[in-house]
Design a protein. Structure first.
Length: 318
């Protein structure tokens, strides 16, 4: 059953009418195809109008939608013969970060994704997409493995941030994130990172230090969540919508600031309405990015990646 966001109320009402008419048509065999077509076109038009003028806070809500495809959905849809590799070889396995070997468009790759889970059981298993140090150290291990076998790397990012629990701090959360960034910068093979939902704080940038940073149209990427920002600045979490606007966390803003390289178009109504199309669009964008990076020599690749991040924030934005 489709879940609607608050600002989609008008579309929800139309789609409920369509559903009721379909039931009537099935039960009575009365031909009401013309009425159904009219309502369907009206709902699609209304949805397009809404999504063409989303506010930053509405984009935050879309990026967190429970029915958006998650990392495992993208892996299933894009990667053949995926073989997960578990553990950081130091302490434990972290289910928030999924990583392993597979084939992307016939090419062997390393895939690393942050998984949020799709229902209560899987969300608890994957800790709602909040990784512990063990997860970031597993990612480091896989990035180094990619270097050993000359494999390109795909990162799929969807996290509210790294796990802030005391156990994570005791196990060196800050060091693990910093080391992940360093490992990405030192990687000898191409890295393409895709922000598929929420890109929160250092938990996201630990895997977004890439040659190409791609971002879905309604995803977000920010140093802090709007709720946390609101609590700090206004001491009131209810000002999150205002904070979302101030943070400039949308894909459109970030492309303007040159913090990402490309926006990937989503189906009308967001990736949650048509996951297959969203996954296909991401697949095509990754393939194109790898095509650009394939001919870049290793030393040039590393230098360009490093300079890319050193330049961030230094250029004046008009």
């Amino acid at each position: 059953m489709r879940q609607f966001l608050d600002f989609e109320k008008s579309v929800a009402e139309l789609e409920n009418k369509i559903y009721e008419l379909q039931r009537v048509e099935t039960a009575t065999e009365i031909n009401i195809a013309e009425e159904l077509q009219t309502l369907t076109e009206k709902a699609e038009k209304q949805l397009r109008v809404i999504y063409n003028k989303l506010t930053p806070w509405q984009k935050v809500q879309v990026s967190r939608h429970a029915q958006r495809p998650h990392a495992l959905d993208y892996i299933k849809g894009m990667i053949e013969n995926f073989m997960p590799l578990a553990g950081d070889r130091l302490y434990a396995e972290d289910h928030a970060i999924i990583g392993g070997l597979g084939r992307f468009k016939g090419q062997s790759v390393i895939v690393i994704g942050i998984e949020r889970g799709s229902d209560l059981d899987t969300r608890l298993k994957h800790n709602f997409g909040m990784a512990r140090p063990e997860g970031y150290r597993k990612a480091q291990r896989l990035i180094k493995l990619a270097g050993q076998f000359n494999l390109p790397i795909i990162m799929l990012i969807d996290t509210p941030g790294a796990w802030p629990g005391i156990d994570a701090e005791q196990h060196g959360q800050a060091e693990a994130i910093a080391k992940s960034i360093e490992t990405c910068l030192r990687a000898t093979t191409p890295i393409v990172s895709v922000i598929i939902g929420e890109g929160g704080s250092g938990g996201a940038i630990a895997l977004a230090t890439a040659d190409k940073i791609l971002m879905l149209e309604h995803a977000i990427y920010s140093v802090i969540s709007p709720e946390a920002c609101s609590s700090i600045l206004w001491r009131d979490a209810s000002q999150a919508a205002q904070a979302a606007g101030a943070l400039r966390l949308t894909a459109q803003d970030l492309l303007k600031f040159k913090l990402i390289d490309q926006i990937i178009e989503e189906p009308v109504g967001g990736a949650q309405r048509d996951p297959e199309t969203a996954i296909s669009n991401v697949q095509k964008a990754i393939e194109a990015a790898f095509g650009e990076l394939a001919l870049v020599p290793e030393q040039v690749l590393q230098a360009k990646r490093r300079n890319k991040f050193l330049a961030m924030g230094r250029e004046e934005i008009n």
